[in-house]
Write a protein that binds this ligand. Structure first.
Ligand SMILES: [Zn+2]
Length: 143
């Protein structure tokens, strides 16, 4: 697949990246239909945050679910979904109190990089929200 990788300040490239795959049974694979450049993406782009190696970019995204792990129960293949910038289980005490970004199982989506054609989303049931019905297609890339 193609995805954005930041190689250094001001050096964002669209390049080939490995296709994502289900790693944990709570994962989903989505086809990203839109992704944003967040203000926090600009910190490393501007050189404020340093990295010694190329890093994938993106943590704000929507898309269509292409595949789910065996333990995903509420998200289905074909759902149009909005995802959080932190993966969360949405079941722990912290999530139930409304602080999903501080979930005891939180994973940073930015480390996965959603400015790409596809993304593996951990803890899919807690991280993704399906928005039925699918938005009206504006291109052949919609649901
Ligand atoms: Zn949680």
């Amino acid at each position: 697949m193609r995805g954005v990788v930041l190689h250094g300040p001001g050096d964002a490239r669209v390049e080939d990246r490995p296709d994502p795959a289900i790693v944990h049974p709570t994962d989903a694979i989505i086809r990203v239909t839109a992704a944003c450049a967040c203000g926090s993406d600009l910190w490393p782009y501007r050189g404020v945050d340093k990295s010694d190696e190329p890093v994938p970019m993106g943590h704000e995204y929507v898309g269509v679910v292409e595949q789910i792990g065996d333990q995903v129960e509420t998200i289905k293949v074909g759902d149009f979904v909005v995802g959080s910038f932190f993966a969360s289980d949405n079941t722990c005490e912290i999530c139930r109190a409304g602080y999903q970004s501080r979930c005891v199982h939180a994973e940073l989506i930015g480390a996965i990089g959603t400015q790409a054609q596809y993304a593996r989303i951990p803890l899919a049931d807690g991280t993704l929200v399906a928005t039925p019905p699918c938005p009206t297609p504006t291109s052949s890339r919609a649901c």
